[in-house]
Design a protein around this ligand. Structure first.
Ligand code: MN
Length: 200
């Protein structure tokens, strides 16, 4: 049985970037729905008792979609912090830290160039899906677009950071302005958490 993760911040903590209303639907309704669907589909499937990541690597169809969406949202919701919290200044220059900061500059030239490419790939993904920053086995960073419930673990990559481009992630707050929503997310990324995942 999988359970809904608890959010590591208050429901209104990410405002104005993500409203309490969006967060309430996204976490309490959409993610809860994926958890319920997966729990209902698991008995007799052969995937009972496996870790979520293993299910995502091995399953297809509805089990893959629901397990993938749980894994994706668990990573998504735990990568944010309130603007202005310790380590973040709540502004657009909320910056990467540690070894991942150095790797971003080495590969992309600057944090700004990395962010522009990441947002462009999220904005340019047709339909619903996710844009990901991952690391390969050598620690090289990779940006990928994943449609639907896709997660880069299926390509042997370690997922570090993701922006959800399903409309349910932003439509109440930004309507059709997906690029504006994606740009605003930089101010609430918890770069200490991304560094922790990178160095794990
Ligand atoms: Mn979502």
């Amino acid at each position: 049985m999988f359970t809904l993760i608890s959010l590591p911040y208050a429901p209104d903590a990410l405002e104005p970037v993500i409203s309490a209303q969006t967060l309430g639907f996204h976490h309490g309704k959409h993610l809860q729905g994926y958890v319920n669907n997966l729990n209902a589909a698991l008995p007799g499937s052969g995937f009972e008792g496996l870790e979520l990541e293993e299910i995502v690597k091995k399953a297809s169809g509805g089990i893959f979609n629901n397990a993938g969406q749980i894994l994706n949202h668990n990573l998504y919701f735990t990568q944010f912090r309130a603007p202005g919290q310790a380590g973040g200044d709540g502004k657009a220059d909320n910056a990467p830290v540690g070894t991942i900061a150095a790797q971003i500059v080495k590969q992309f030239g600057s944090v700004e160039a990395f962010q522009a490419e990441f947002v462009a790939k999220g904005a340019g993904l047709f339909g619903s899906g996710w844009v990901w920053l991952s690391a390969d086995e050598k620690g090289e960073l990779v940006i990928t677009q994943e449609p639907g419930a896709g997660n880069p673990v299926t390509k042997g990559l370690k997922p570090l950071l993701t922006f959800d481009v399903w409309e349910h992630a932003y439509y109440l707050d930004y309507q059709n302005r997906r690029p504006d929503h994606l740009k605003a997310l930089w101010s609430i990324v918890n770069w200490e958490e991304i560094e922790r995942r990178y160095t794990l």
